[in-house]
Design a protein around this ligand. Structure first.
Ligand code: SAM
Length: 303
């Protein structure tokens, strides 16, 4: 892979609590949740692959790194578009990378490979033309340092494009079931519920547009463009009310509430089922309002 001369030494690996927690999460329950729902997620997240690919406009010879590639959906699409280049999917999750490798096992793409590594410190053996990420760059404890490390993966003039969720409130597929569970708890066991601190590493860690701009400018990027993506996530292959209840209780804030013991899984399922039943009956339970940021930037050419 990328057999050019080895260049700058990788940065010292940052050891810190959040980064360790993320690694642990994505190698245990986070991976299980993502694998269990991968089919639904890949279908619903396809529009973001199209946006990212549109911004990168890959040439057939491009070498591209997909950060936080998960089960390799975007990496695979990119490898088909760059037959004379190389695509590498990078992720901290060994189980998700195994799924990514297995999905291509029958007809492996010769220009596609997957590597276990932390994007905040890992470096490729040669500069790449482009880095992309579909919802894989919101988990850094030190985002400025991580985005500087990512910029250092690129050739001068190399480009980056990624998608990151806007606020949870603007993403009803996460906020609506969570509100249903919180309303149930308020009634069943009144008391304060934990409120996540803003900007913490996690799915909504880059939800603030101004913060993204500040992080990228501070880590040396040029040509920063941040556009809102406003639309709907469509889970069209949900066959039953039970299926969508399972999805909404095994992902996001509800899954975390169950995982942290704030609510029993059966109680959460009952609360989400009650909330979803009328919406399922009127046919709108598979389409949810969503908002994300589509971000592109460049590693500046030297003056
Ligand atoms: C929300 S999932 C997105 C997966 C995939 N990009 C997709 O759209 O299907 C986030 C992914 O980022 C990975 N991830 C989180 N922190 C990372 C880091 N510091 N370096 C590399 N991957 C990371 C997780 O393991 C997980 O696979």
């Amino acid at each position: 892979m990328w057999g050019l001369a080895v260049r700058r030494a990788p940065q010292e690996n940052m050891t810190n609590t959040q980064q360790k927690m993320q690694s642990e999460y994505w190698n245990t329950s986070g991976a299980e949740r993502w694998q269990r729902n991968a089919h639904h997620l890949e279908q619903a997240l396809f529009p973001f692959s199209a946006e990212i690919i549109g911004h990168i406009a890959p040439a057939p010879t491009d070498n591209i790194l997909d950060i936080g590639c998960g089960t390799g959906d975007l990496s695979t699409d990119l490898a088909c578009l760059t037959p004379d280049g190389q695509v590498v999917g990078l992720d901290i999750s060994a189980p998700l990378l195994e799924t990514a490798r297995n999905r291509n096992a029958d007809a492996p793409l010769p220009n596609l490979s997957f590597i276990l590594g932390d994007a905040s410190s890992w470096q490729p053996s040669a500069y790449v033309d482009a880095v992309v990420s579909r919802f894989g760059v919101m988990f850094f404890e030190h985002p400025e340092a991580a985005f500087e490390n990512i910029r250092n993966m690129l050739k001068p003039g190399g480009r980056m494009a990624f998608a990151a969720w806007a606020s949870m409130e603007e993403n009803e597929w996460v906020s609506a079931p969570l509100s249903a569970v919180q309303a149930y708890l308020n009634e069943a066991r009144p008391g304060p519920l934990p409120v996540p601190a803003p900007n913490m590493p996690g799915p909504f860690g880059l939800s603030d547009r101004n913060r993204i701009e500040h992080i990228l400018a501070a880590s040396g990027w040029s040509d920063i463009l941040i556009s809102p993506w406003l639309g709907h996530l469509e889970f069209q292959d949900m066959q039953s009310l039970e299926g969508i209840v399972d999805f909404m209780t095994s992902m996001g804030g509800v899954a975390r509430m169950i995982g942290s013991g704030l609510i029993e899984a059966d109680e959460a399922r009952a609360a989400v089922t009650e909330f979803l039943t009328p919406i399922w009956e009127d046919g709108t339970a598979t389409i949810w309002r969503a908002k994300a940021w589509i971000v592109s930037a460049k590693n500046p050419e030297p003056e």
